[in-house]
Write a protein that binds this ligand. Structure first.
Ligand code: 5GP
Ligand code: ZN
Length: 117
């Protein structure tokens, strides 16, 4: 499943370059183009789902695989010791800009409060 207008589908296809850090048969992880911390990696299913709800409903095993890859990325980046954050912005209030589900793996510095007041 791909969406012709989706930038992350284009990254999966190799039509837009990215710095990939991990790949499985159904999941890729690549560095965020505008990192907010020393480690800022995006983990996505290769198939297009708009958000976490769609992914979890359609393919819970794939959702689990995405989480497992996120944890592997954190370990490979060396942030599993000091700590890291995993989040998926969803919808307008959640601040989602790209509507291909993605989990942010962020760490490498103290990240502060979870949500700005
Ligand atoms: P969202 O705001 O949807 O949660 O996150 C989208 C993320 O994708 C942002 O952190 C943004 O920096 C990143 N991003 C947007 N376009 C590109 C791109 O073309 N390549 C990469 N590697 N990251 C991108
Ligand atoms: Zn997509």
């Amino acid at each position: 499943m791909t969406d012709a207008d989706c930038i992350f589908c284009k990254i999966v296809a190799g039509d837009i370059p990215s710095t990939q850090v991990r790949e499985t048969e159904r999941v890729i992880a690549f560095r965020d183009l505008y990192p907010k911390a020393p480690t800022h990696v995006l983990v996505i299913p290769k198939d297009h789902y708009a958000n976490v709800a769609e992914l979890a409903a359609a393919d819970p095993a794939l959702a689990g695989e995405v989480l497992a890859v996120a944890a592997e990325v954190a370990a490979a980046e060396g942030v599993d010791g000091p700590g890291w954050r995993l989040f998926a912005n969803t919808g307008a209030d959640g601040g989602q800009d790209v509507f291909h589900v993605h989990f942010h793996v962020v760490g490498g510095k103290p990240l502060g409060p979870m949500v700005a007041a």
